[in-house]
Ligand binder design. Structure first.
Ligand code: GLU
Length: 550
């Protein structure tokens, strides 16, 4: 009786060997420095910023080295799979333009790439071949500990303040004679497969993380489960090793929470004699709350979820800019020097990640976004707000479609100039800032003239109606307002007004403001002359009449 027999008993249908699979997944034909990265989310929840940042870095690393960025669905924990999570991941990648070179989508039967399946649950046979190999080599074994026995071990370890896990004397079945293991399996006893660890917890090894530098860890000595149930899927640790090996991943970018798994991963790669990819464990994403800084939380912070940015209508590029800014300390300076470059042209350096955490600041994102929108063309703003409103504000989307050119002209007020106006932070704000330009939303009741005398308002509007000419140049337009001021005893000279306000009813600022309120109901707006040009004479006079009547 030998280990081969045991392995055949456990995996009777597995005939391919590791060498067979290695032949099926040959080295990729890429340039010497090309990086192969993967985004490997587990579909156990909705994508949050802690996934987005590594994904973005994966994308940048691959793009700037003519490498490959692929998507792998890590769905080995089927009990935790959330419906719709895969589709959402795909939509985020699509929205942000982080399109993978290789992927597999079950819902539409789309596959691209020669290294699939890219869905772990479809790779069971491959994993089994690798596990079978370990059993034959005596590096993995069936473990017959029952749940109750393991609970007792765990409680004892917790009580005695010992490390938790199956190792050393707790690993009751690691040296079970093969014949006995075969007999137990034949008798139908249930089992898991464990790694037969070769490590010594008292020995240390060095590990070089590209972001965190050289780190030191104790060796793993735990016989971790690599397959939890008979004929089942392997654990994440095992599956990622097989996949990253066969898919020839060169760089693994993932969250800090995986650092504690390094000893296990290090041992697994060593056990097979495979070359480990390079690892970049990204910093925690932090948030400032009052005076304290804490980890951003899916539960507490709406901005932790990617849906937040869609709902608000941030341009995707603004979100990317904000994340790149916190991902690499020299990104901002680079951007200043290269205002028009695509973000993938930035030479990303894992060493320039902050190991103490990346502080994500919504105010900063807002600034980036405002600035970004201010530099778009009117067509781009229109397309952005229309796409947003089609999902979140159907009524407004209809208005936008009805008044396409007019809307673009609104967005163009003070846009095509050296320092464009920064009116809009995100697309959901555009309606809030432009509604008064559409008769459908204009509401006389919103006008508040309480700062002025009602009769004066009436006189100003009535007289201004007569002299207003829509063909006036800006200068003529302003001169007319000033003439009206003089006639009604409002100061046109602000200095004179300030030196003795009692001489006047008010100043040119008041007159302009009254006209502004009458036309927009607001006290601050972009350039009034431009607004009036867009409203046109008929609507201007109609609005004045409504105000006078009020
Ligand atoms: N499936 C793991 C996760 O979603 C991937 C970790 C890794 O990138 O290796 O966290």
């Amino acid at each position: 009786m030998n280990r081969q027999e045991l392995a055949d008993l456990i995996f009777p249908n597995i005939t391919k060997t590791i060498a067979d699979y290695e032949a099926m997944y040959p080295e990729r034909n890429l340039g010497e420095n090309a990086r192969v990265t993967r985004f490997a989310p587990s579909p156990t929840g909705f994508m949050h910023i802690g996934h987005f940042m590594p994904c973005l870095i994966d994308y940048v690393l691959a793009r700037q080295s003519d490498g490959i960025f692929y998507l792998r669905n890590e769905d080995t924990d089927t009990s935790r799979t959330v419906e719709g999570a895969v589709e959402y991941i795909r939509s985020v990648l699509n929205t942000y333009g982080l399109n993978p070179d290789e992927y597999e989508y079950r819902d539409t039967d789309e596959v691209k790439g020669n290294y699939g399946p890219y869905i772990q649950s479809a790779r069971k046979e491959i994993y089994h071949a690798f596990i079978k190999h370990l059993i034959i080599e005596g590096k993995a074994y069936p473990c017959f500990l029952t749940q109750e026995e393991m609970d007792v071990i765990r409680e004892g370890q917790a009580r005695d303040k010992r490390r938790i896990g199956i190792y050393g004397r707790y690993a009751k079945y690691r040296d079970l004679p093969v014949e006995e293991a075969i007999e137990k399996i034949k008798n139908g006893e249930s089992y898991t497969i464990r790694l037969k660890s070769n490590g010594d917890f008292n020995r240390k090894f060095k590990f070089n993380d590209l972001a965190n530098g050289e780190m030191e860890f104790p060796e793993n000595d735990i016989d971790i489960p690599i397959m939890k149930s008979k004929d089942g899927l392997p654990t994440y640790h095992f599956a990622h090793l097989v996949d990253d090996h066969l898919m020839h991943t060169t760089h693994v970018v993932r969250g800090q929470e995986w650092i504690s798994s390094i000893p296990v991963h290090y041992e697994l790669f060593k056990t097979f004699g495979f070359k480990m990819p390079k690892y970049i464990h990204i910093p925690l994403i932090l948030k400032k709350e009052g005076e304290t800084i804490r980890k951003i939380s899916k539960r507490l912070d709406p901005e932790a979820k990617m849906t937040y940015y869609e709902e608000k209508g941030y341009p995707t590029m603004a979100v990317i800019e904000a994340i790149m800014t916190i991902a690499n300390s020299n990104y901002e300076a680079w951007r200043e020097g290269h205002p028009d470059a695509h973000f993938t042209e930035f030479e990303f350096s894992p060493k320039k990640m902050s190991s103490s955490g990346a502080l994500f600041d919504l105010d900063k994102l807002d600034n980036i976004s405002k600035n970004y929108i201010s530099h778009l063309t009117k067509e781009e703003v229109y397309d952005g707000v229309l796409a947003w409103s089609k999902v979140y504000d159907e009524d407004f989307s209809k208005i936008l479609e009805k008044y396409k050119d007019y809307s673009m002209k609104i967005y163009n007020i003070e846009r095509e100039q050296k320092k464009p106006r920064k009116d809009y932070t995100y697309y959901s704000e555009i309606k809030e800032k432009t509604w008064y330009m559409y008769d459908e939303y204009f509401d006389v009741a919103k006008a508040d003239f309480s700062a002025y005398d009602g009769e004066d308002v009436k006189t100003i509007l009535t007289q201004y109606k007569v002299i207003y000419n829509e063909n006036d140049t800006m200068e003529e337009w302003f001169n007319k307002i000033k003439e009206l001021c003089t006639e009604l005893n409002y100061a046109t000279d602000m200095k004179a007004y300030k030196s003795d306000p009692s001489q006047y009813k008010g100043s040119v600022v008041d007159v302009t403001n009254i006209i502004r309120i009458a036309l927009t109901t607001l006290t601050t707006t972009p350039d009034l002359y431009s607004i009036m040009k867009l409203l046109g004479k008929t609507r201007i006079l109609a609005r004045f009449d409504k105000m006078i009547a009020k």
